[in-house]
Design a protein around this ligand. Structure first.
Ligand code: DAH
Length: 352
Protein backbone atom coordinates (compact mmCIF):
# COMPACT_ATOMS: atom_id res chain seq x y z
CA UNK A 1 0.00 0.00 0.00
CA UNK A 2 2.61 2.42 1.25
CA UNK A 3 5.05 1.63 -1.54
CA UNK A 4 2.43 1.86 -4.30
CA UNK A 5 1.29 5.33 -3.18
CA UNK A 6 4.92 6.28 -2.95
CA UNK A 7 5.34 5.17 -6.55
CA UNK A 8 2.25 7.13 -7.63
CA UNK A 9 3.70 10.29 -6.08
CA UNK A 10 7.07 9.79 -7.74
CA UNK A 11 5.41 9.22 -11.09
CA UNK A 12 3.37 12.39 -10.72
CA UNK A 13 6.43 14.44 -9.87
CA UNK A 14 8.26 12.94 -12.83
CA UNK A 15 5.30 13.78 -15.11
CA UNK A 16 5.46 17.36 -13.91
CA UNK A 17 9.16 17.58 -14.68
CA UNK A 18 8.59 16.13 -18.17
CA UNK A 19 5.81 18.57 -18.74
CA UNK A 20 8.00 21.56 -17.85
CA UNK A 21 10.74 20.36 -20.18
CA UNK A 22 8.31 19.84 -23.05
CA UNK A 23 6.68 23.18 -22.51
CA UNK A 24 9.95 25.02 -22.68
CA UNK A 25 11.34 22.98 -25.53
CA UNK A 26 8.52 23.13 -28.07
CA UNK A 27 9.23 25.09 -31.24
CA UNK A 28 6.38 27.49 -32.04
CA UNK A 29 7.14 28.93 -35.44
CA UNK A 30 3.94 28.27 -37.39
CA UNK A 31 0.26 28.87 -36.86
CA UNK A 32 -0.30 25.13 -36.80
CA UNK A 33 2.41 24.55 -34.24
CA UNK A 34 0.90 27.22 -32.02
CA UNK A 35 -2.55 25.72 -32.32
CA UNK A 36 -1.37 22.27 -31.61
CA UNK A 37 0.58 23.49 -28.56
CA UNK A 38 -2.47 25.23 -27.19
CA UNK A 39 -4.57 22.11 -27.53
CA UNK A 40 -1.95 19.75 -26.23
CA UNK A 41 -1.49 21.66 -22.98
CA UNK A 42 -4.57 23.74 -22.36
CA UNK A 43 -7.45 21.67 -23.77
CA UNK A 44 -9.94 21.21 -20.94
CA UNK A 45 -10.64 17.62 -21.83
CA UNK A 46 -7.40 16.09 -23.04
CA UNK A 47 -4.78 18.71 -22.16
CA UNK A 48 -1.71 17.57 -20.28
CA UNK A 49 -2.18 20.25 -17.65
CA UNK A 50 -5.67 19.02 -16.82
CA UNK A 51 -4.36 15.47 -16.73
CA UNK A 52 -1.73 16.48 -14.25
CA UNK A 53 -4.26 18.28 -12.04
CA UNK A 54 -6.10 15.00 -11.76
CA UNK A 55 -2.99 13.43 -10.30
CA UNK A 56 -2.81 15.78 -7.33
CA UNK A 57 -4.40 13.13 -5.05
CA UNK A 58 -1.43 10.83 -5.80
CA UNK A 59 0.92 13.25 -4.10
CA UNK A 60 1.52 13.17 -0.36
CA UNK A 61 -0.86 15.60 1.35
CA UNK A 62 1.91 17.87 2.61
CA UNK A 63 3.31 18.20 -0.94
CA UNK A 64 0.04 18.84 -2.73
CA UNK A 65 0.05 22.57 -2.37
CA UNK A 66 3.51 22.95 -3.87
CA UNK A 67 2.61 20.46 -6.60
CA UNK A 68 -0.52 22.42 -7.51
CA UNK A 69 1.42 25.68 -7.61
CA UNK A 70 4.00 24.12 -9.89
CA UNK A 71 1.26 23.05 -12.32
CA UNK A 72 -0.15 26.56 -12.28
CA UNK A 73 3.17 28.08 -13.04
CA UNK A 74 3.62 25.60 -15.92
CA UNK A 75 0.24 26.75 -17.21
CA UNK A 76 1.39 30.38 -16.98
CA UNK A 77 4.42 29.47 -19.00
CA UNK A 78 2.26 27.88 -21.70
CA UNK A 79 0.12 30.98 -21.90
CA UNK A 80 3.10 33.32 -22.04
CA UNK A 81 4.75 31.28 -24.78
CA UNK A 82 1.54 31.23 -26.80
CA UNK A 83 1.25 34.99 -26.58
CA UNK A 84 4.87 35.59 -27.53
CA UNK A 85 4.79 33.13 -30.39
CA UNK A 86 1.59 34.65 -31.82
CA UNK A 87 3.02 38.15 -31.58
CA UNK A 88 6.29 37.08 -33.21
CA UNK A 89 4.46 35.39 -36.04
CA UNK A 90 2.26 38.42 -36.71
CA UNK A 91 5.25 40.77 -36.80
CA UNK A 92 7.10 38.43 -39.11
CA UNK A 93 4.11 38.18 -41.43
CA UNK A 94 3.65 41.93 -41.72
CA UNK A 95 7.35 42.47 -42.22
CA UNK A 96 7.62 40.01 -45.09
CA UNK A 97 4.27 40.43 -46.84
CA UNK A 98 4.22 42.50 -50.00
CA UNK A 99 3.22 46.16 -49.63
CA UNK A 100 -0.48 46.82 -50.24
CA UNK A 101 -1.37 47.11 -53.91
CA UNK A 102 -3.18 50.41 -54.01
CA UNK A 103 -4.35 49.80 -57.57
CA UNK A 104 -6.53 46.84 -56.56
CA UNK A 105 -10.23 47.63 -56.96
CA UNK A 106 -12.07 48.04 -53.65
CA UNK A 107 -14.43 45.48 -52.27
CA UNK A 108 -18.01 46.50 -52.81
CA UNK A 109 -20.05 46.84 -49.64
CA UNK A 110 -23.70 45.86 -49.91
CA UNK A 111 -25.74 49.01 -49.50
CA UNK A 112 -29.28 49.43 -48.27
CA UNK A 113 -31.75 51.74 -49.94
CA UNK A 114 -34.88 53.67 -49.11
CA UNK A 115 -38.19 51.87 -49.45
CA UNK A 116 -40.07 52.91 -52.61
CA UNK A 117 -42.84 54.38 -50.45
CA UNK A 118 -40.31 56.53 -48.60
CA UNK A 119 -38.76 57.56 -51.90
CA UNK A 120 -42.13 58.55 -53.35
CA UNK A 121 -43.15 60.37 -50.15
CA UNK A 122 -39.93 62.37 -50.15
CA UNK A 123 -40.24 63.17 -53.82
CA UNK A 124 -43.81 64.45 -53.45
CA UNK A 125 -42.95 66.43 -50.32
CA UNK A 126 -39.93 68.00 -51.99
CA UNK A 127 -41.97 69.26 -54.94
CA UNK A 128 -44.26 71.19 -52.58
CA UNK A 129 -41.40 72.35 -50.37
CA UNK A 130 -40.00 74.02 -53.47
CA UNK A 131 -43.24 76.01 -53.64
CA UNK A 132 -42.87 77.22 -50.07
CA UNK A 133 -44.87 74.59 -48.18
CA UNK A 134 -43.74 73.62 -44.67
CA UNK A 135 -43.79 69.96 -43.67
CA UNK A 136 -46.11 69.03 -40.77
CA UNK A 137 -46.97 65.75 -39.11
CA UNK A 138 -49.70 64.49 -36.82
CA UNK A 139 -50.60 61.44 -34.71
CA UNK A 140 -51.71 58.15 -36.26
CA UNK A 141 -54.01 57.52 -33.30
CA UNK A 142 -56.60 60.26 -33.62
CA UNK A 143 -59.79 61.37 -31.99
CA UNK A 144 -63.07 61.47 -33.80
CA UNK A 145 -63.09 65.27 -33.66
CA UNK A 146 -59.98 65.73 -35.80
CA UNK A 147 -60.54 62.78 -38.11
CA UNK A 148 -64.23 63.49 -38.79
CA UNK A 149 -66.24 66.12 -36.95
CA UNK A 150 -63.94 69.10 -37.45
CA UNK A 151 -63.67 68.11 -41.11
CA UNK A 152 -67.39 68.66 -41.46
CA UNK A 153 -68.44 65.02 -41.24
CA UNK A 154 -71.54 65.41 -39.05
CA UNK A 155 -72.16 62.60 -36.53
CA UNK A 156 -74.06 59.76 -38.18
CA UNK A 157 -73.49 61.27 -41.60
CA UNK A 158 -73.14 58.57 -44.27
CA UNK A 159 -69.96 60.24 -45.52
CA UNK A 160 -68.22 58.61 -42.56
CA UNK A 161 -68.80 55.28 -44.25
CA UNK A 162 -66.64 56.39 -47.16
CA UNK A 163 -63.73 55.44 -44.90
CA UNK A 164 -63.88 52.14 -43.06
CA UNK A 165 -62.48 52.95 -39.68
CA UNK A 166 -60.51 50.97 -37.10
CA UNK A 167 -61.94 52.17 -33.80
CA UNK A 168 -59.87 51.97 -30.63
CA UNK A 169 -62.44 53.41 -28.27
CA UNK A 170 -66.14 53.51 -28.78
CA UNK A 171 -67.45 56.24 -31.04
CA UNK A 172 -70.38 56.83 -28.67
CA UNK A 173 -68.19 58.46 -26.04
CA UNK A 174 -68.18 62.12 -25.10
CA UNK A 175 -65.27 63.08 -27.34
CA UNK A 176 -66.49 60.74 -30.00
CA UNK A 177 -64.00 57.94 -29.54
CA UNK A 178 -60.42 57.22 -30.49
CA UNK A 179 -59.45 55.65 -33.80
CA UNK A 180 -56.65 55.01 -36.25
CA UNK A 181 -56.75 57.96 -38.61
CA UNK A 182 -58.28 57.10 -41.94
CA UNK A 183 -56.59 59.98 -43.77
CA UNK A 184 -54.04 62.74 -43.23
CA UNK A 185 -56.73 65.44 -43.39
CA UNK A 186 -57.01 65.65 -39.55
CA UNK A 187 -53.55 67.21 -39.57
CA UNK A 188 -55.08 70.16 -41.48
CA UNK A 189 -57.22 70.78 -38.40
CA UNK A 190 -54.31 70.36 -35.99
CA UNK A 191 -52.12 72.77 -37.95
CA UNK A 192 -54.86 75.40 -38.19
CA UNK A 193 -55.72 75.05 -34.47
CA UNK A 194 -52.06 75.46 -33.61
CA UNK A 195 -51.52 78.55 -35.70
CA UNK A 196 -54.74 80.17 -34.50
CA UNK A 197 -53.52 80.02 -30.87
CA UNK A 198 -51.30 83.02 -31.44
CA UNK A 199 -51.34 83.81 -35.13
CA UNK A 200 -53.23 84.11 -38.38
CA UNK A 201 -52.94 82.68 -41.90
CA UNK A 202 -51.14 82.37 -44.27
CA UNK A 203 -50.84 78.66 -43.61
CA UNK A 204 -49.07 76.49 -46.13
CA UNK A 205 -48.27 72.89 -45.17
CA UNK A 206 -47.63 69.54 -46.73
CA UNK A 207 -48.31 66.50 -44.52
CA UNK A 208 -46.97 63.04 -45.33
CA UNK A 209 -48.08 60.17 -43.12
CA UNK A 210 -49.48 56.72 -42.58
CA UNK A 211 -53.21 56.03 -42.50
CA UNK A 212 -55.37 52.98 -41.78
CA UNK A 213 -58.55 51.54 -43.21
CA UNK A 214 -60.53 48.50 -42.30
CA UNK A 215 -60.77 47.26 -45.87
CA UNK A 216 -60.54 43.90 -47.52
CA UNK A 217 -56.95 43.39 -48.66
CA UNK A 218 -56.45 43.00 -52.39
CA UNK A 219 -54.04 43.98 -55.15
CA UNK A 220 -55.32 47.54 -54.93
CA UNK A 221 -56.07 48.12 -51.27
CA UNK A 222 -54.29 47.41 -48.04
CA UNK A 223 -55.25 47.93 -44.39
CA UNK A 224 -52.63 50.62 -44.06
CA UNK A 225 -51.15 52.99 -46.59
CA UNK A 226 -49.70 56.48 -46.87
CA UNK A 227 -51.03 59.84 -47.90
CA UNK A 228 -49.76 63.32 -48.46
CA UNK A 229 -52.08 66.15 -47.51
CA UNK A 230 -51.70 69.73 -48.66
CA UNK A 231 -53.29 72.86 -47.24
CA UNK A 232 -53.00 76.51 -48.19
CA UNK A 233 -55.05 79.18 -46.45
CA UNK A 234 -54.62 82.88 -47.13
CA UNK A 235 -56.47 85.93 -48.35
CA UNK A 236 -57.67 85.52 -51.90
CA UNK A 237 -56.74 81.86 -52.51
CA UNK A 238 -58.75 80.51 -55.44
CA UNK A 239 -59.42 77.32 -57.35
CA UNK A 240 -57.09 78.67 -60.05
CA UNK A 241 -54.20 78.56 -57.54
CA UNK A 242 -55.11 74.97 -56.75
CA UNK A 243 -55.14 73.93 -60.39
CA UNK A 244 -51.89 75.71 -61.06
CA UNK A 245 -49.98 74.03 -58.23
CA UNK A 246 -51.38 70.57 -58.96
CA UNK A 247 -50.53 70.89 -62.60
CA UNK A 248 -46.98 71.91 -61.74
CA UNK A 249 -46.81 68.91 -59.42
CA UNK A 250 -48.02 66.49 -62.11
CA UNK A 251 -45.52 67.85 -64.61
CA UNK A 252 -42.65 67.27 -62.19
CA UNK A 253 -43.72 63.72 -61.44
CA UNK A 254 -45.05 62.51 -64.77
CA UNK A 255 -43.35 64.71 -67.35
CA UNK A 256 -43.89 68.07 -69.04
CA UNK A 257 -46.47 66.69 -71.45
CA UNK A 258 -48.68 65.13 -68.77
CA UNK A 259 -52.42 65.37 -69.44
CA UNK A 260 -54.55 66.07 -66.45
CA UNK A 261 -58.23 66.67 -65.73
CA UNK A 262 -60.37 67.86 -62.82
CA UNK A 263 -63.60 65.96 -62.21
CA UNK A 264 -66.30 67.31 -59.87
CA UNK A 265 -66.53 65.20 -56.74
CA UNK A 266 -67.58 65.35 -53.12
CA UNK A 267 -65.67 65.60 -49.84
CA UNK A 268 -67.32 66.96 -46.70
CA UNK A 269 -64.41 69.30 -45.93
CA UNK A 270 -64.15 70.97 -49.35
CA UNK A 271 -66.63 72.92 -51.46
CA UNK A 272 -66.38 72.69 -54.37
CA UNK A 273 -64.52 69.37 -54.48
CA UNK A 274 -62.74 67.66 -57.34
CA UNK A 275 -60.79 64.58 -58.19
CA UNK A 276 -57.77 64.81 -60.41
CA UNK A 277 -56.91 62.23 -63.07
CA UNK A 278 -53.86 61.94 -65.24
CA UNK A 279 -53.81 60.26 -68.63
CA UNK A 280 -51.83 57.07 -68.34
CA UNK A 281 -50.41 55.99 -71.68
CA UNK A 282 -50.61 52.28 -72.35
CA UNK A 283 -50.40 50.98 -75.91
CA UNK A 284 -52.07 47.72 -74.91
CA UNK A 285 -55.30 49.53 -74.05
CA UNK A 286 -57.89 50.50 -76.65
CA UNK A 287 -57.52 54.27 -77.02
CA UNK A 288 -53.83 54.11 -76.09
CA UNK A 289 -54.28 54.65 -72.38
CA UNK A 290 -56.73 55.53 -69.66
CA UNK A 291 -57.50 58.14 -67.03
CA UNK A 292 -56.12 57.32 -63.59
CA UNK A 293 -57.24 59.11 -60.47
CA UNK A 294 -54.32 60.45 -58.44
CA UNK A 295 -55.83 62.75 -55.83
CA UNK A 296 -58.78 64.52 -54.25
CA UNK A 297 -58.92 68.25 -53.67
CA UNK A 298 -61.08 71.31 -53.32
CA UNK A 299 -61.61 74.65 -51.64
CA UNK A 300 -61.68 74.34 -47.86
CA UNK A 301 -65.29 74.42 -46.72
CA UNK A 302 -66.07 77.65 -44.79
CA UNK A 303 -67.49 75.46 -41.99
CA UNK A 304 -64.05 73.90 -41.52
CA UNK A 305 -62.33 77.30 -41.35
CA UNK A 306 -64.88 78.70 -38.90
CA UNK A 307 -64.61 75.56 -36.77
CA UNK A 308 -60.97 76.36 -36.00
CA UNK A 309 -61.62 80.09 -35.59
CA UNK A 310 -60.54 81.32 -39.02
CA UNK A 311 -62.67 84.13 -40.48
CA UNK A 312 -64.05 82.60 -43.67
CA UNK A 313 -65.10 86.03 -44.96
CA UNK A 314 -61.49 87.12 -44.96
CA UNK A 315 -59.66 83.91 -45.76
CA UNK A 316 -60.07 81.12 -48.27
CA UNK A 317 -58.02 78.02 -48.79
CA UNK A 318 -57.46 74.95 -50.88
CA UNK A 319 -56.65 71.42 -49.77
CA UNK A 320 -55.66 68.23 -51.51
CA UNK A 321 -54.82 64.70 -50.53
CA UNK A 322 -53.23 61.85 -52.41
CA UNK A 323 -52.22 58.25 -51.80
CA UNK A 324 -48.46 57.74 -51.89
CA UNK A 325 -48.71 54.08 -52.86
CA UNK A 326 -50.79 55.00 -55.90
CA UNK A 327 -48.14 57.46 -57.05
CA UNK A 328 -45.30 55.03 -56.33
CA UNK A 329 -47.07 52.23 -58.20
CA UNK A 330 -47.61 54.45 -61.25
CA UNK A 331 -44.05 55.76 -61.27
CA UNK A 332 -42.36 52.42 -60.71
CA UNK A 333 -44.80 50.22 -62.63
CA UNK A 334 -45.95 48.16 -59.64
CA UNK A 335 -49.31 46.47 -60.12
CA UNK A 336 -49.98 44.95 -56.69
CA UNK A 337 -49.94 47.13 -53.57
CA UNK A 338 -49.26 44.16 -51.28
CA UNK A 339 -45.74 43.72 -52.61
CA UNK A 340 -44.89 47.08 -51.02
CA UNK A 341 -45.51 45.51 -47.62
CA UNK A 342 -43.81 42.14 -48.03
CA UNK A 343 -40.25 43.41 -47.59
CA UNK A 344 -38.92 40.90 -50.09
CA UNK A 345 -35.32 41.92 -50.61
CA UNK A 346 -35.40 40.87 -54.28
CA UNK A 347 -38.11 43.47 -54.82
CA UNK A 348 -36.61 46.18 -52.63
CA UNK A 349 -33.15 45.86 -54.18
CA UNK A 350 -34.55 47.19 -57.42
CA UNK A 351 -34.98 50.59 -55.83
CA UNK A 352 -31.39 51.25 -54.75
N1 DAH B 1 -58.90 62.80 -47.20
C1 DAH B 1 -59.37 62.34 -48.50
C2 DAH B 1 -59.33 60.82 -48.56
O1 DAH B 1 -58.60 60.23 -47.82
C3 DAH B 1 -58.49 62.88 -49.59
C4 DAH B 1 -58.69 64.33 -49.76
C5 DAH B 1 -59.64 64.80 -50.65
C6 DAH B 1 -57.94 65.25 -49.03
C7 DAH B 1 -59.85 66.15 -50.83
C8 DAH B 1 -58.13 66.61 -49.22
C9 DAH B 1 -59.10 67.04 -50.12
O2 DAH B 1 -57.45 67.54 -48.55
O3 DAH B 1 -59.28 68.36 -50.28
O4 DAH B 1 -60.03 60.23 -49.32
Amino acid sequence: MESSSHTGADAAVQALEDLKTDIEGAVLDTVDAIDEYRIRYLSRKQGRITALMKRIPDVAPEDRRAFGQAINSAKDTVERRLEEATAALTTAASATSAPADVTLPGREQPQGSLHPITQAARLITRVFENYGFDVAEGPEIEDDWHNFTALNFPPDHPARDMQDTFFIEDAEQEHGGILLRTHTSPVQIRVMEDIMKDGEPPIRVIVPGRVYRNEAISYKSYCLFHQVEGLYVDEGVTMADLKQILHAFARTLFGEDVRMRFRPSFFPFTEPSAEVDIWWKDENLPGGGRWMEILGCGMVDPNVLEGVGIDSEKYTGYAFGMGIERIAMLRYGIDDIRILYENDVRFLEQFS
